[in-house]
Design a protein around this ligand. Structure first.
Ligand SMILES: C[S@@+](CC[C@H](N)C(=O)[O-])C[C@H]1O[C@@H](n2cnc3c(N)ncnc32)[C@H](O)[C@@H]1O
Length: 208
């Protein structure tokens, strides 16, 4: 199913259905970014705001961008912080954020739905100030090679959402092409993932 329609539907149960990938991302993101303090964060693909309130405690302003009005409505309903600006945005188009105005961009569980990584990496690099950081948490390509794609079950029906495989080398090439260099790479397993490939991969890039 097309990505926007799917997330509009999934929004109803996104926060409550069984979803170890969502939960693992919440856990590792809180650990990775616990010491983050800055003026401006851009959250690219905020969804229902699972990570947004946490980010709002770490910055003066958070731009929370997503192209699903239903996911954004859930996020706006759960988050009362006045320093969060929710903006309906297609991440493959120019973002409504000034160039070199953010110290930190985060993108969690979004990039499997983006055909061309350069669309997001180029905007992340544009909005970041010098030495700013771009954090990505994404479904590990090893899971994608096994056929895993974002999906949800509702009323007994499983819906698979349009997805694109991105190899680790694709992430690194998109970063290099946009003046971002790798500081850290992590691989993460949920407690259910014993003897399985890593579920998530994280990257921390710095703008040179
Ligand atoms: C799995 S959810 C993750 C939401 C949130 N980051 C989290 O970790 O819970 C993926 C989100 O990416 C958004 N998304 C996917 N493609 C997008 C695009 N091209 N532009 C804007 N948002 C997009 C979807 O609408 C959805 O809210």
């Amino acid at each position: 199913m097309n990505v926007q329609d799917a997330y509009n539907q999934w929004s109803v149960i996104y926060d409550t259905n069984d979803n170890p990938t969502r939960d693992l991302d919440a856990d590792i993101t809180r650990k990775a970014l616990k010491d983050l303090r800055c003026n401006t964060i851009v959250e690219a693909g905020c969804g229902t705001g699972k990570n947004t309130a946490f980010l709002a405690e770490r910055a003066h302003t958070v731009y929370a961008l997503d192209f699903s009005p239903e996911m954004l409505a859930k996020a706006a309903a759960r988050i009362s912080a006045e320093n969060v600006r929710f903006v309906e945005t297609d991440l493959t188009q120019p973002w409504p954020v000034e160039s070199e105005s953010a110290e930190f961009v985060t993108c969690n569980l979004v990039l499997e739905h983006i055909a061309d990584l350069n669309d997001v990496f180029s905007e992340a690099a544009r909005v970041l100030s010098r030495s700013g950081h771009f954090y990505i948490s994404e479904l590990h390509p090893f899971k994608q090679y096994q056929g895993t794609v974002a999906n949800f079950q509702q009323h007994g029906v499983t819906t698979q959402i349009d997805a694109f495989v991105h190899h680790i080398s694709d992430f690194l090439a998109a970063a290099t092409a946009n003046g971002l260099h790798l500081l850290e790479l992590g691989e993460w397993w949920h407690a259910d993932d014993v003897q399985k490939p890593p579920r998530l991969i994280t990257f921390l890039f710095e703008k040179t």
